[in-house]
Write a new protein. Sequence first.
Length: 88
Amino acid sequence: MRERESEEWQRAAMIGDRFLWLTADELTGIQRGINAVTDQYFERTVKPELRPPGARLVTVMSFGFPNMSLRDAPDAAPPNRPAPGDES
């Protein structure tokens, strides 16, 4: 399906992940930051007249939750990532 999209939309599409060591307060801050960015576009959902030409419905998802597999190993590398010094 991606190949049916214009080059502009292919470049704009994104997917990614990050493993971060955070406190609950820091994760809350990230959530607020993401909401601050996406909230500025949310009104377009109910007010089509606010949508600029070329705007399309896009799904933006975010997840943030404790990784229980590392709960008791504070110095462990995230899954599928090499530990520092083990990049070989």
